[in-house]
Design a binder for this molecule. Structure first.
Ligand code: PEP
Length: 248
C-alpha cells in the first residue's frame, strides 16, 4: 500500500510572518491526518517554518534548488543550505520553472541526482501543455520527461521520488483534469517507471496529481486507483482549505 502524500506549493506568496501564521493554524488542523503532509515554501520562509512545524507531522520543502554544491551562482540556493535548515523535500522541474526560468530535462536530471546525494526527497513535476494534450502527444511528452529525469538514477533513488503529474493547462486555471484523465496518465507514468525499473518499483512509487485541486475535487481524485496524492497550489494557501484536502 502506498501512503498518500499531499503537498502544498505556496509559490511566491506570503511574508515570513504570514507564512508562520498559516503554518500554526495548519498544524493543528492536520495533526491526525493519515497522509504525509508537506508545505513547499519560498526560501526565505523556510527557517521559520521548520521551527514552527518542528515535532509535527507537517514537513517542509523548498520549491527549487541548484544542482551544484556551491559556487558563483548569484541568487541561487545550494542543497546543503536546505538540509542544514531541516528541509526534507524539494520540488524539481515545476512547469513554472520550466516555462519562466529555463529549467530543462537535463537540469531536472542533475537536480534530482544532487537531491538524492543530500538526502532531500524530490517531488518531480511532469506534464503536458494544452496543445500537446489536444494533438494527442501527452504520453510521448511525459515519457520523454520521465526518461530524461531518471537518466542514470538508481532504482533505490527512483523509488523514493514522488512524481507529480501536473497538466500545465490545469495549473492555476481552475480547469481540473477529470479524475479519469488524471488516473489514466498517472497509470501510464507508472508503466514508464516500470519499464525503467521493474514492476516492484513502479508499484511502490508515489504519484500525485496537481492542477487546480480543491477541497471539492480531492475525494474523487483520491478514490482513483493510481493517484497517490496531490500537489496543490492556490488551495494550499489557506489552512482551512488545505486541511480539508489533506484529510480528504
Ligand atoms: C501547482 O502549483 O503545482 C499547482 C498545481 O497549482 P494550482 O493548484 O493552483 O493549480
Amino acid at each position: 500500500m502506498r501512503k498518500p502524500i499531499i503537498a502544498g506549493n505556496w509559490k511566491m506568496h506570503y511574508t515570513v510572518d504570514e507564512a508562520v501564521k498559516v503554518a500554526r493554524e495548519l498544524k493543528e488542523l492536520v495533526k491526525d491526518a493519515e497522509a504525509d503532509v508537506v508545505i513547499c515554501a519560498p526560501y526565505i520562509q523556510l527557517p521559520a517554518l521548520v521551527e514552527e512545524l518542528k515535532g509535527t507531522n507537517v514537513k517542509v520543502g523548498a520549491q527549487n534548488m541548484h544542482f551544484e554544491e556551491k559556487g558563483a551562482f548569484t541568487g541561487e540556493i545550494a542543497p546543503a543550505m536546505l538540509t542544514d535548515l531541516g528541509v526534507e523535500y524539494v520540488i524539481i522541474g515545476h512547469s513554472e520553472r520550466r516555462q519562466y526560468f529555463n529549467e530543462t530535462d537535463e537540469t531536472v536530471n542533475m537536480k534530482l541526482k544532487t537531491a538524492y546525494r543530500h538526502g532531500l526527497k524530490p517531488i518531480l513535476c511532469v506534464g503536458e501543455s494544452l496543445e500537446e494534450r489536444e494533438n494527442g502527444t501527452t504520453k510521448d511528452v511525459i515519457e520523454n520527461q520521465i526518461n530524461k529525469a531518471f537518466f542514470e538514477v538508481s532504482p533505490e533513488d527512483a523509488k523514493e521520488t514522488v512524481i507529480a503529474y501536473e497538466p500545465i493547462w490545469a495549473i492555476g486555471t481552475g480547469k481540473t483534469a477529470t479524475s479519469e484523465q488524471a488516473n489514466e496518465t498517472i497509470g501510464q507514468i507508472r508503466e514508464m517507471v516500470g519499464n525503467l525499473y521493474g514492476a516492484g518499483i513502479a508499484a511502490a512509487v508515489r504519484i500525485q496529481y496537481g492542477g487546480s485541486v480543491k477541497p471539492s475535487t480531492i475525494k474523487e481524485q483520491m478514490g482513483m486507483s493510481d493517484i497517490d496524492g496531490a500537489l496543490v497550489g492556490g488551495a494550499s494557501l489557506l489552512a482551512d482549505d488545505f486541511s480539508k484536502i489533506v484529510k480528504f
